[in-house]
Design a protein around this ligand. Structure first.
Ligand SMILES: Nc1ncnc2c1ncn2[C@@H]1O[C@H](COP(=O)(O)OP(=O)(O)O)[C@@H](O)[C@H]1O
Ligand SMILES: [Mg+2]
Length: 378
């Protein structure tokens, strides 16, 4: 309830005690309505404007004289007339509509993002005779939201570029240099032969360490940026990621895919791949899950990714975004591609993530789901 509304409400309740004349009470209410920063408008059920406060004058540029008696379509963009019809229908049913974000147009033709609260107006017999609308200009809020969205988009892009650079550096430089060191060590080992068993033994251990380091660097470079995604495509890359993760950690991952569109735009593939990567890492690290299901399904409008683990889950009402950036970045990635993101989790009941990314491409004929299961025993 806005301040103006609550003041009006308490005034109505207190009116009998105030014992002012009815005219005085009406004047008082009018002063409150006019003092509001919000636009407050009333109209008949046919949409004819019956009152228009100072806030409406400021927001829409029409004076009360110009607006009262006109049809409400005065401030509704042509493209949103159907929306107004739906609102009228709901008001007819006696519904109150709160914080409905929409767009209205002012006298100069400029559009404003507004948040509307609409309540039915009733006569003394309780019949609905019109509606009151409170409109708050949220253009600034929308602009800030848009800026934030663009900023997070740029941050994700920058993060991807940085990952790509690091991956290339690790793969092309560090890995190669380590491989050369391993070859040099092997040459020394061969030269020593059996002449100094203690030194050879130590050198073999060092060589083993260098090779392990090389292999870890290789995996890290692939985690950071894998060219597999471009070469193998989404389904195979996710499949290979699941297989590899399952091999490295004690976690069963069931992956299946069905009816994926072809081709899949590269930014969509990257988004889905990164979400799977983060999701299975979270399931393992935080959820301590023993099993994860990863499902990619194509539908005529897009691709749905479902990830569910049987881990310990967590309390979503706690601010999970405050300390990590994994879930936050999944959300932002989905939003950048006009997709939807949903996470469900409950302590001791596991975590489920559903992501839907729209793809306007013809889909392949649905075929039998291709089910793969990666199990690491022991
Ligand atoms: N699958 C999961 N199971 C249990 N807890 C999870 C899971 N995914 C996320 N969480 C919880 O949400 C928090 C935030 O996750 P995330 O944003 O990925 O950040 P980070 O992994 O860097 O901590 C985690 O610290 C953890 O408490
Ligand atoms: Mg994480």
């Amino acid at each position: 309830m806005t301040t103006a509304q609550s003041v009006s409400q308490s005034l109505v309740e207190e009116l009998p005690a105030l014992t002012p004349t009815p005219d005085y009470a009406i004047d008082l209410l009018a002063t409150i309505v006019d003092g509001s920063d919000d636009a407050i408008i009333s109209k008949t059920l046919d949409g004819i404007i019956t009152s228009w406060n100072a806030g409406a004058e400021r927001l829409f540029g029409y004076t009360a004289q110009e607006a009262v008696g006109q049809h409400i379509s005065l401030i509704i963009p042509l493209s949103l007339r159907a929306e107004e019809a739906a609102i009228v229908e709901r008001v007819h049913r006696g519904e109150r509509i709160e914080h409905f974000d929409t767009v209205r147009v002012d006298k100069d033709g400029k559009t404003h993002d507004i948040s509307l609260t609409i309540s039915p107006l009733r006569d003394s017999a309780g019949n609905i005779i019109g509606a009151s609308k409170i409109a708050r200009d949220i253009t600034e809020r929308k602009e800030i939201e848009q800026e934030r969205l663009e900023l997070s988009g740029r941050l994700i892009k920058a993060q991807e570029e940085e990952r790509r650079r690091l991956a290339r550096e690790l793969h092309d430089d560090f890995s190669q240099r380590l491989a050369l060191e391993a070859v040099a060590l092997q040459t020394i080992l061969d030269a020593i032969g059996n002449s100094q068993p203690n030194v050879s033994e130590r050198l073999r251990e060092v060589l083993k360490g260098v090779r392990e380091l090389g292999s870890d660097l290789h995996s890290l470079s692939h985690d950071l940026h894998s060219s597999k995604l471009e070469i193998l495509g989404l389904a195979q890359s996710v499949s290979s990621l699941c297989r590899e993760f399952s091999r490295q950690h004690k976690m069963q991952i069931d992956f299946d895919e069905a009816a994926l569109p072809e081709p899949i735009p590269s930014e969509t593939a990257l988004c889905l791949f990164r979400v799977v990567q983060e999701g299975i890492q979270n399931a393992n690290k935080h959820g301590r899950a023993s099993r994860v299901e990863v499902r990619l399904t194509g539908c005529p409008t897009g691709i749905t990714l479902r990830l569910s683990d049987n881990g310990v889950g967590f309390d979503l009402s706690q601010d999970y975004a405050s300390d990590g950036i994994g879930i936050l970045s999944m959300k932002e990635r989905a939003r950048m591609l006009y997709g939807t993101f949903e996470i469900r989790s409950e302590p001791m009941k596991g975590t489920q993530i559903t992501l839907n990314i729209p793809v306007r491409r013809p889909t392949r004929q649905p075929d039998k789901p291709n089910i793969e299961r990666y199990v690491k025993h022991g």
